[in-house]
Design a protein around this ligand. Structure first.
Ligand SMILES: [Zn+2]
Length: 466
């Protein structure tokens, strides 16, 4: 059996594996490369041949770095389906459509400049129609339900606790008369995080694909982060000031709503209005509420108790562009949660332009800020930034909170791996993916010391025989 790494090999984006047996060919994830200068070119230079015949695709979760290249395989021959959990299918619907729309928009803007410069025009990587075609291939499979997806290949999804619907995958494949089990960790969440169940480990495999995003460190404890957030919110409420929180629409925004609802129940914030200023975040929040059955026990209890999950009296949704603009005229204290999480686009940029120059305002970063983004610039506390061609002074107080990651830290990854080794189990061949080289090397070292595992670190395009 052969496995080829078509992404997330030495980087955290572009997840894509091809598994080939003597009977079938299955792709696991088909994510987009993101966040570095050559990503765009890499996405356009697809690694597969045009006549690659697939039997099935497996999608581990909705994040674009796992789903965002699905529209590029529509033209491959064959009648395959893309298998995902029901919640992943629903979230992918929102994310892929939005991604296609943004790509069209960005290409249109770039082409205006290119036309004026006499340069040849670009075509978008894909269009909403391509995204719709990918979505029509989705087939839902519930957690813990062994399902044959291709000749000789069965999968079982287990909850990875990373975002709503996310999975690790156990794949059992027949090849040349023998059966092999492959464990794909995909993105592993943080045990004890709100809303989601803890990651479910897999307990035996011949081959393991383990993510390594934070292979080199553990996160700060969540309690400490929540204390810092609470202090900022209480101070803003007392002083009648704004708090701007750039946040990714899926996952992070729902966690923030969950925490703020709790502070409200505990009487620690009282009349502080909280605005969710993002149609995508509003849609994603609705999906979390539609899938209460797969959330953790606390969340299910809250949903039963006066439907108080992800709801509190001062929570407001701001859907339209007009609603969003009206937030500029708000008087008094308020929290505004808007995308994008790294401030490289979206409604948050407008709020930053309107507020960064005001000394009382708080800006709270809760996630990773990529190189070259406005978010990265702001966390370095410059005296001013350029927004829409205008210089804006940075007088607002900038906070960076570290403990709200959706990815497990080093200890979580090692614990997940430890369930796959031990007496009476096969000795699996480990491959570290979905991590930059530093974290991968650090995780390889810890796995060697603690579990006697010699993990391999594949490169982009590499094929291994297993
Ligand atoms: Zn992810």
């Amino acid at each position: 059996m052969r496995i080829t790494f078509w992404g997330a090999a030495g980087e955290v984006t572009g997840s894509c594996y091809l598994v080939e047996t003597d009977k079938a060919r299955v792709m696991v994830d088909c994510g987009i490369h993101q966040g570095y200068p050559e990503a765009e070119a890499r996405n356009r230079r697809v690694p597969w041949k045009r006549d690659l015949r697939l039997d099935a695709v497996v999608l581990t979760h909705a994040h674009l770095d796992h789903s965002g290249r699905l529209p590029l395989i529509n033209r491959l021959p064959g009648e395959w389906r893309t298998f995902a959990t029901p919640a992943t299918a629903a979230l992918t619907d929102i994310l892929l459509e939005d991604s296609a729309r943004l790509q069209e928009q960005d290409t249109m803007l770039a082409n205006r400049r290119r036309a004026r410069a006499g340069k040849p025009l670009l075509t978008p990587l894909y269009t909403p129609r391509d995204a719709a075609e990918s979505l029509s291939r989705l087939k839902s499979v519930a957690y813990q339900t062994p399902t044959q997806i291709a000749p000789g290949i069965t999968i079982r999804f287990v909850d990875a606790g990373h975002i709503l619907g996310s999975t690790s995958v156990e794949m059992i494949a027949e090849d040349a008369g023998r059966t092999r089990t492959i464990a794909f960790s995909a993105d592993i969440g943080v045990p004890g995080s709100p809303l989601l169940a803890d990651p479910t480990p897999l307990d035996r495999a011949d081959v393991v694909m383990l993510e390594s995003t934070y292979g080199d460190r553990d996160h700060r404890p969540m309690e400490q982060t929540l204390d810092e957030l609470t202090a900022i919110l209480r101070e803003a409420e007392r002083d009648g000031e704004k708090v701007l929180i750039p946040a990714f629409a899926v996952g992070r925004t729902q966690n923030l709503i969950y925490h703020m609802a709790q502070l409200h129940r505990e009487g620690r914030i009282n009349n502080l209005p909280v605005y969710i200023d993002s149609p995508m975040a509003i849609a994603a929040t609705r999906l979390y509420l539609d899938h209460v059955d797969i959330l953790d026990a606390d969340a299910r209890r809250l949903a039963e108790y006066k439907s108080s999950l992800l709801r509190f009296p001062t929570l407001r949704y701001s859907q339209s562009a007009d609603d969003s603009r009206r937030l500029n005229d708000l008087r008094g204290a308020a929290v505004i949660i808007a995308g994008s999480g790294m401030c490289n686009g979206g409604r948050i940029v407008h709020h930053l332009r309107h507020n960064l120059w005001k000394p009382g305002v708080h800006v709270v970063f809760t996630g990773f800020q990529g190189q070259g983004t406005l978010g990265r610039e702001l966390v370095q506390r410059p005296s001013s930034v350029r927004i829409f061609g205008e210089t804006v002074a940075v007088k607002a107080r900038i906070h960076t909170l570290g403990g709200l990651s959706a990815h497990g830290g080093q200890s979580t990854l090692v614990d997940w791996a430890s369930h796959l080794v031990g007496p009476g189990k096969p000795t699996p061949r480990f491959f570290l993916t979905h991590g930059e080289d530093g974290p991968r090397a650090a995780l390889a070292g810890v796995l060697r010391n603690r579990l006697k595992i010699e993990a391999e670190r594949p490169v982009l395009g590499q094929t291994v025989d297993v």
